[in-house]
Design a protein around this ligand. Structure first.
Ligand SMILES: C[S@@+](CC[C@H](N)C(=O)[O-])C[C@H]1O[C@@H](n2cnc3c(N)ncnc32)[C@H](O)[C@@H]1O
Length: 409
């Protein structure tokens, strides 16, 4: 067996950015995914993990030739061996967006065979003080954030991407015995909710909640620990993009898959009006309860609980004009995409937090005769590798029909 490269230091010329918050370099025929660097740099890289096959993971521990996009990291915990929360603290914010743009473009090219010109839009406040929810890891007396790909807790005094209401001192003040995680969430009115999660993943509310958010002229309430978009302006930005791309008309019928606490569901129902119909589908019981309360004034709107898969979607027997979907990181996957295409809607609006999953699903849509009509991308996670995309997919006139399925197949 070949000797592991873990612990070895090598000097490499860094090539392109890759999906995952690192850049590609090569050494002795092997690929290195190097963090804390930038394309065009020459660095001394410490191999942190030998992937066993053709690749290794590494950290740039010394910069021998710096990129013009390199800046001093505003966070003192963002360094090799330090906090794993951010990937691009050492990069000028405009260049961070160009890196994300390159990743989205590359994923769509590689996985969907598409050449797409996309711009990652800046969202203020950037790049610091935007996170409204923080999960602090607790290890005995120590409270902080985890190191990259590790359970080690890096003790921190303050996190510069957090809004002040959810910064580390707030969590430290509330920490309780037995907690392995302290979660702090900020509402739009500045109120905070704090909860503790123990080793058996049981959550205990310590202060505040439910968390109130005002978006698109509506108030939403979310149970402590329930899903809500993390950037202080994410809900507004994504809602605006979804409504723009969906272009809902009065009387239309809409399905909102993975609807959470009803953020898009309610706004879509306002657009379709009392003669329309909106069905939100969500798997988490507490989110369903939040969602039902949040849309309770809209009679055309219904939230159903269900684990979303092709069968759930094949169960919709009424005509559907628009499908909105906002799946978790893994994306929708081919069987669900095929079922969505069988609904024969005029449009699908897809909110994606992972460009690779989006690209795979866009390829699955293409296999059903649908095309990517528009793509917007937002820097809703500055300093990190993450990027949020909103895609509009439409049926290609005369395109291949989706594979048969559904209740009668
Ligand atoms: C990315 S969140 C989106 C929520 C909502 N669209 C929003 O913006 O607030 C994804 C949601 O999907 C739900 N979910 C994840 N997997 C699911 C599944 N297989 N079936 C149903 N819901 C699921 C999660 O509980 C979560 O609320």
């Amino acid at each position: 067996m070949a000797e592991s490269w873990a612990g070895r230091e090598v000097v490499v010329d860094v090539e392109r950015v890759a999906h995952g918050g690192h850049c590609v370099a090569r050494h002795e025929g092997r690929v290195l995914f190097v963090r804390h660097t930038l394309p065009g740099e020459r660095v001394r890289a410490l191999v942190t993990e030998d992937g066993g096959g053709s690749f290794c993971r590494a950290d740039a521990v010394e910069v021998l030739r710096a990129s013009p996009d390199r800046v001093a990291a505003p966070c003192r915990y963002a360094r090799p061996g330090g906090c794993g929360g951010c990937d691009w603290q050492h990069v000028d914010p405009a260049a961070q967006r160009r890196l994300k743009q390159a990743v989205v473009t590359e994923q769509l090219q590689r996985l969907a065979g598409l050449d797409v010109d996309v711009r990652v839009e800046e969202v203020a406040p950037a790049p610091l003080h935007w996170r409204t929810r923080m999960q602090y890891a607790v290890d005995g007396e120590r409270l902080g954030l985890r190191a990259h790909r590790s359970h080690d807790v890096i003790e921190i005094d303050s996190c510069p991407i957090a809004v002040p209401e959810v910064d580390a001192p707030v969590a430290r003040e509330r920490a309780v015995p037995g907690a392995v995680t302290i979660e702090v969430e900020a509402a739009d009115d500045g109120a905070i909710a704090v909860s503790a999660v123990d080793a058996r993943r049981r959550r205990r509310a310590l202060a505040g909640g439910p968390v109130r958010h005002d978006t698109g002229g509506r108030r939403y309430e979310v149970r402590t620990g329930g899903f809500w978009q993390v950037h202080v302006h994410a809900a507004d930005v994504l809602l605006e993009a979804v409504l723009e791309l969906a272009d809902v008309q009065a009387g239309e019928s809409i399905v909102d898959l993975y609807c959470g606490a009803g953020l898009f569901t309610a706004a879509l129902a306002e657009r379709t009006g009392p003669t329309g119909r909106v069905i939100g589908v969500e798997g988490t019981a507490s989110a369903v309860r939040d969602g039902r309360r949040n849309v309770s004034d809209l009679r055309q709107c219904e939230i159903v609980r269900g684990s979303i898969d092709a069968r759930t979607v094949d169960g919709f027997t009424h005509p559907v004009d628009v499908v909105v979907l906002d799946p978790p990181r893994a994306g929708a996957k081919r069987p669900l995409v095929e079922a969505i295409c069988r609904l024969d809607a005029r449009a699908v609006v897809y909110v994606a937090c992972d460009p690779a999953a989006l690209a795979r699903d866009v390829a699955a849509f293409a296999g059903c005769g649908w095309r990517l009509e528009r793509l917007r991308a937002f820097d809703l996670f500055p300093m990190t590798q993450h990027v949020e995309c909103v895609a509009l997919l439409v049926p290609e006139p005369g395109g291949a029909p989706p594979p048969a399925g559904g209740p009668l197949a």
